[in-house]
Design a protein around this ligand. Structure first.
Ligand SMILES: Nc1ccn([C@@H]2O[C@H](COP(=O)(O)O)[C@@H](O)[C@H]2O)c(=O)n1
Ligand code: CDI
Length: 157
């Protein structure tokens, strides 16, 4: 078994939705990012890459590379799943926490779990998506941005 953890942050900016776990969540703001700025998937990718000791998302998909501009972050996740399979692992389970005052994540969590499970070729029961505010403290509390943390356990396939 191998364990990995990931963390990602994006600032809020102009826009009317935020991509979270591959789901388009309506919001008063978008996020500032090179790709679609999906903090859930970015944190999850970093956790998967960390578990494999294969660096981080920025090394695999450099922000300096125009190919990743406005990219669908699900393509990053599918790449990580390929790396997992190539090395003889499968996801045991993943636990993800979004930190934001808004948008409310709870109503969208089932759809996010379904998307992530599809891309990681696992059961939705192996993917947890939850959320917390930071009680109006710090940059998330001031609604300046959104953060996500992920922990994964990999098992031999
Ligand atoms: N962006 C968020 C933040 C929170 N939730 C849900 O609300 C519950 C209460 O949050 P507190 O930070 O006040 O404890 C939390 O447990 C989540 O269920 C959410 O859906 N989206
Ligand atoms: C995803 C990448 C893609 O270029 O850019 P961003 O969308 O800015 O997201 P970040 O979380 O900063 O990760 C770095 C990059 O890999």
């Amino acid at each position: 078994m191998r364990i990995g953890q990931g963390f990602d942050v994006h600032a809020f900016g102009p826009g009317d939705h935020t991509m979270l776990g591959g789901v388009k969540v309506p919001h008063t703001h978008g996020v500032v990012a090179h790709s679609d700025g999906d903090v859930v998937i970015h944190a999850l990718c970093d956790a998967l890459l960390g578990a494999l000791a294969l660096g981080d998302i920025g090394q695999h998909f450099p922000p300096s590379d125009e190919r990743w501009r406005d990219a669908d972050s699900r393509s990053f996740l599918r790449h990580c799943q390929l790396l997992l399979r190539e090395r003889g692992y499968r996801l045991g389970n993943a636990d993800i926490t979004v930190i934001a005052e808004r948008p409310k994540v709870g109503p969208h969590a089932p759809a996010m779990r379904a998307v992530l499970a599809a891309d990681l070729d696992c059961s939705v029961d192996d993917i947890s998506v939850k959320a917390t505010t930071s009680e109006k403290l710090g940059f998330t509390g001031r609604s300046e941005g959104i953060a996500a943390m992920a922990v994964v356990l990999l098992q031999r396939a």
